[in-house]
Design a binder for this molecule. Structure first.
Ligand code: HEC
Ligand code: HEC
Length: 326
């Protein structure tokens, strides 16, 4: 009887121990699992806040009041209000555009050739000069062509400010690699010559409200720059500029125009962007001198470069308007 009672208690105890063991293992497995998921989440959060994988993820950070922060803020002002800078004897050097007329939102909009990440991408090979170029040299390319002006001194305060600004907004990008959202959207190039009549139809429907029927845009009241920049004529980009190439302009327009269009909600079709790009580039604009010196290695010349010389026997007209199926 006593013995039986003892084995009975032993069994109960055994059962209790087994149950406790089961409960504790389940609990600890669950805890470890939970730990893992929270630490993964933390990792992801850290990851997102340090490295951008798409320009869309960029978030603006305030300037600090260090000497570098003040210089970067000056750089952003030059990008946004370029027309207020670069005068000689009261005369504007170049046109009255702003860098941000093409590099939208101070160079932070995805697929509007944003500046984010460029400090770690440059120096990079540029076909137009057939050499590895610094970021300063690339910026001066836009000063001489898109701005129809002159190169600015690489060590001057304005260039240092622009570079410092670009460095600031590039903080969270990978070194040495391009980030998704740089450059422009890709389009399917129609296998035909651009249609200027269709370009005019698109222009009248989608562009004249802001850029005007004569393409001359609208000046800022009492200011030097434009609320709506001109698309051709004496105060526009010159014929050596990237925007002067029909395919480059079409890719810019597809991802950004009419104002409000973005890469993930474009307004025009590829065909419309192609035709309207050809339409705006069919008008006169300032002529860049010495364009025959561009692309010292002619095999690097893009198909849609509208000025000679070429290595092939395709006409200048076809190089300008397509078809580009060669
Ligand atoms: C009329 C439009 C226009 C204006 C104004 C303009 N740019 Fe550009 N910019 C372009 C285009 C188009 C490209 C790309 C060219 C190409 O792909 O061939 C470009 C490219 C660049 C690049 C290289 C981008 C990359 O991803 O490699 C930099 C840097 C740059 N521009 C800086 C500037 C600065 C600074 C200003 C003002 C001083 C300026 N741009 C004004 C149209 C413009
Ligand atoms: C709602 C007004 C609006 C409409 C409509 C519009 N744009 Fe623009 N466009 C702008 C503004 C504003 C800028 C300058 C962007 C900035 O500074 O933020 C610009 C810039 C441009 C630029 C680069 C700067 C330059 O002057 O070369 C081109 C090219 C351009 N637009 C073409 C077009 C085309 C083509 C259409 C029609 C398909 C169009 N836009 C429709 C407002 C508009």
């Amino acid at each position: 009887m006593e013995y039986k009672k003892l084995t009975y208690y032993c069994k109960i105890l055994g059962l209790l121990i087994v149950t406790l063991l089961i409960i504790s293992t389940t609990l600890s497995v669950a805890l470890v699992h939970k730990d893992n998921t929270t630490s993964n989440q933390n990792n992801n959060e850290n990851f997102n806040s340090t490295i951008l994988t798409h320009i869309d993820q960029y978030t603006e950070e305030p300037y600090d009041d260090s000497a570098e922060g003040i210089l970067a803020a000056y750089g952003e002002d030059i990008i946004k209000n370029t027309y207020n800078y670069f005068y000689r004897d009261g005369q504007k050097i170049g046109n009255h555009l702003a860098c941000s007329n093409c590099h939208l939102q101070s160079g932070t909009k995805a697929f509007a050739a944003p500046y984010i990440g460029l400090t770690s991408v440059f120096p990079i090979y540029i076909g137009r000069e057939d050499k590895i170029e610094s970021l300063e040299e690339r910026i001066n390319g836009c000063f001489e062509r898109s701005m129809n002006g002159e190169a600015i001194p690489e060590n001057g305060k304005e260039m240092r400010a622009i570079i410092t600004y670009i460095k600031k907004i590039s903080k969270n990008t990978l070194g040495g690699e391009r980030t998704e959202g740089q450059g422009f959207v890709k389009i399917d190039i129609p296998e035909r010559k651009a249609d200027l009549n269709n370009g005019l139809i698109v222009f009248e429907k989608q562009c004249v409200n802001c850029h005007g029927k004569d393409g001359q845009g609208e000046k800022i009241a009492g200011g030097k720059g434009y609320t709506y920049p001109p698309l051709w004529g004496p105060d526009s980009y010159n014929d050596g500029a990237g925007m002067g190439r029909v395919l480059t302009a079409a890719r810019f327009i597809k991802g950004n125009m009419p104002l409000g269009a973005t890469h993930d909600s474009p307004i025009l079709t590829d065909e419309e962007a192609f035709d309207v790009a050809a339409y705006i580039n069919s008008f006169d604009r300032p002529q860049k001198a010495n364009k025959d010196m561009d692309y010292p290695n002619l095999s690097k010349k893009p198909k849609d470069c509208s000025y000679p010389p070429y290595t092939d026997t395709i006409s200048q007209e076809q190089h300008k308007y397509g078809p580009f199926n060669f």
